[in-house]
Design a binder for this molecule. Sequence first.
Ligand code: AVI
Length: 336
Amino acid sequence: MKHYEVIDAHAGAAVSGAEELAYEVLVGLSSTPKRLPSRYFYDDAGSALFARIMRLPEYYPTDCEREILETSGAEISATMERPFNLVDLGAGDGDKTLILLRDLVARDVDVVYVPIDISEGAMQGLVARIREELPTLQVQGLVGEYAQGVRWLAANREERANLILFLGSNVGNFDMPSARGFLGRLWAHMRLDDRLVVGFDLKKDIEKLLAAYNDSEGVTAQFNLNLLHRINRELGADFQVSGFRHYGTYDVKSGAMKSYLVSLERQEVRVEALERSFVFDPWEPIHTEYSYKYLRSDVDQLADDSGFVVVARHEDRQGWFMDDVWKPRRSPKLGT
Ligand code: AVI
C-alpha cells in the first residue's frame, strides 16, 4: 500500500505549476524592489536544506518547539475526543510531530496521521521513517500545498475530528493580511470539535534573530540561493548564483526577519521560459522571505480576527516560542 498521494494542485486548473512559477518570476522580477515568493524555496533540494537548518545550533525555533512538544504534547493531544486525525500542514521531515505520534501510539490512541507537504522527497522520507519507527500507525500523506490540506479537511469533514498542526512558525512566512486570510479559510472548513495548534516565534533579542537567519555554516544562504538554482532548472534561466549573496535583516517596525538575495555586480539574467531578460544593478536586492515575529498580544488579536478562541498556550522555558491551541468560535447554527 502506498502511504501518500501526490495531489496535482493544477489538475484541471487554467495554469500549470511551471506557468505559475513563471508568472511569479515575471511579476516579482519586474517589480521595484524585486521580489520572489518564499513558497518556492521548498523543492526537494530546498526541503533538504531546511531540514539541515532545523538542526543548526543558531536556529533556535526547532529546539524550542521540540521542548514544548516534549513537555506539553500529551496535554495538547488530550484536548481531542477520540478517534481523530492528526493533520500536519507543512510536515517537512516530521521530526517534531513524531514526539506526539510516539506518545499517541504508546497509549494506543486511534489516530490517523495526515502529513501534508509540498516536497515529495520530504514525504517519502517521512513515510519511510514512520513505517520503520511506528509500523502500526495509519498514515495518509498528501503531497501538495496548504490549499490542498484545506480541501482535504472539507472533503473529510464527516469522518472524524481533526487536530490540525501548523507548527514551526510557518504562519510567520505570511504577511499579516495573508495570515488572517489563511487562518480564516481554515476556520471556515473546521468542525466545531476540531482544534488547531499554531506555532509562533516570539519577539526576542535581535542578535538571536540575526544569528538564526545568518548561520555561521552558511546553510541559510544556500537555502535562499537555491531559489535561483530552481529558476535556472525549471524556467531555463541563467542566473550566475555566485553573483548573489544572502542577506538576512530584522525590521523592528514590522517585526519581520526579512531575507534578500543581493546582486554583487551589474548583471543581466535571461529567463528562457519568459523570453525576456532582467537587469540587476550592483547591490540591488531581491526580497525573498518574511519571517514575522509576534508579541503574545499580536497572537490574541490574530486568533480573534480569524475566528478562533485560544484554549491553551504552551511556551518553552525561555519564552522564545509558543504553540497555541485554538478552537473555532462560531455557533453550531452555522454547522458542526
Ligand atoms: C519554514 N519557516 C518557518 C522558516 C522560518 O524561520 O521562517 C524558514 C526559514 N527561513 C530561513 N530560515 C528558516
